[in-house]
Design a protein around this ligand. Structure first.
Ligand code: PBG
Length: 332
């Protein structure tokens, strides 16, 4: 039956009816807040908090402020915080990444001690720790050495687990890293620590503000020899299936906004819980447009996050997480 018997507007005519048939919900418990924890701050900004010019509302945090921020995340009912470390010193290998007293390891311990119920997910990658800014160690010809990098990533993941991380999230895009991390975790007594694999991570312009925040822009070249080509969707499914085979517990699609088709595709292909990373550039666009008065920030953010859930994301990593949790609490 079509019009006039069928009228789609009938079920849209009141808030009650719209609520009754709403297909997707957004809740704080599905949101993860990324945090930048710095070993050393320049002294600009408030004590322990250094503003990031390209990400209004987000700061580099001292250890103490990271604990305070995690407490806010917990109070707001967010699922987890995801930690990115900014070491005081970088080197060729990125050795700060697996330092037992490294910034992420210290922050993980401090947060877990203060807020044992809040999940701590750690980013496992070398790019914030290498002096050249690439996500792994370099060969003589300047290319990233996959297999040498994989063992360093596994070592890093174990050091995070030892510090108390509830989940480790490799974001480097080396081949075979999920399997290597699983094996190393199991061998070191962390068989119960899950892996959230950044399976389909694209070489994206939308990471710009993050690299600013973490000082991780490659000093030469780009990341296209390890991160994925934005033109490829079938390859994203393949990456996710390989990570599943290697033992990933969850898979991620990143960035999120221009990749909703792949959130759906990966969800169908794997049966694993899927996370979407609403990345720094996506955040910055909304913040800039809202600051200019071009759109309503609250409405835009809730629409964006809801659309990622609709695409199939079980979990959303977003710099908007705290604001979204506050807005959701006001609505209910
Ligand atoms: C590290 C990493 C990056 C992001 C998350 N983990 C940067 C990159 O790959 O250059 C980007 C996150 C964001 O833009 O919010 N490999």
């Amino acid at each position: 039956m079509a019009f006039p018997q069928t009228r789609m507007r009938r079920l849209r005519s009141s808030a009650g009816l719209r609520g009754l048939v709403r297909e997707t919900d957004l809740r704080a418990g599905a949101l993860v807040l990324p945090m930048f924890v710095a070993e050393e701050l320049s002294g600009a900004g408030d004590a322990g908090r250094e503003p990031i010019a390209t990400m209004p509302g987000v700061q580099r945090l001292s250890l103490q402020e990271a604990v305070a921020e995690a407490a806010v995340a917990a109070e707001l009912g967010l699922a987890a915080v995801m930690l990115f470390g900014i070491p005081a010193e970088k080197d060729e290998q990125g050795s700060g990444a697996w330092d037992e007293e490294g910034v992420v390891q210290l922050a993980t311990r401090a947060i877990k001690q203060a807020r044992p119920e809040l999940l701590v997910i750690t980013d496992v990658c070398l790019c914030e720790y290498t002096d050249h800014g690439h996500c792994g160690v370099l060969r003589g010809d300047g290319a990233v050495d996959n297999d040498a990098t994989v063992s360093l990533l596994a070592r890093t993941a174990v050091s995070h687990a030892r510090a108390g991380a509830d989940m480790v999230a490799p974001s480097d895009m080396m081949d075979g890293r999920v399997g290597a991390i699983r094996e190393e975790l199991d061998g070191e007594g962390f068989a119960d620590t899950p892996i959230l694999a950044y399976s389909a991570k694209f070489a994206s312009a939308f990471y710009g503000p993050f690299r600013d925040a973490a000082g991780s822009t490659p000093s030469f070249g780009d990341r296209r020899a390890y991160q994925m080509d934005p033109a490829n969707g079938r390859e994203a499914e393949r990456e996710a299936l390989l990570d599943l085979q290697e033992g990933a517990d969850m898979v991620m699609v990143k960035p999120a906004l221009a990749y909703g088709d792949l959130i759906s595709a990966v969800k169908r292909a794997t049966l694993l819980p899927v996370a979407a990373y609403n990345v720094s550039g996506e955040y910055a666009m909304v913040k800039a447009a809202a600051a200019a008065g071009y759109l309503d920030e609250r409405a835009a953010v809730l629409e964006i996050l809801t659309s990622l859930r609709r695409a199939g994301a079980d979990t959303i990593v977003s710099y908007h997480a705290k604001d979204a949790a506050r807005w959701l609490a006001e609505q209910s």
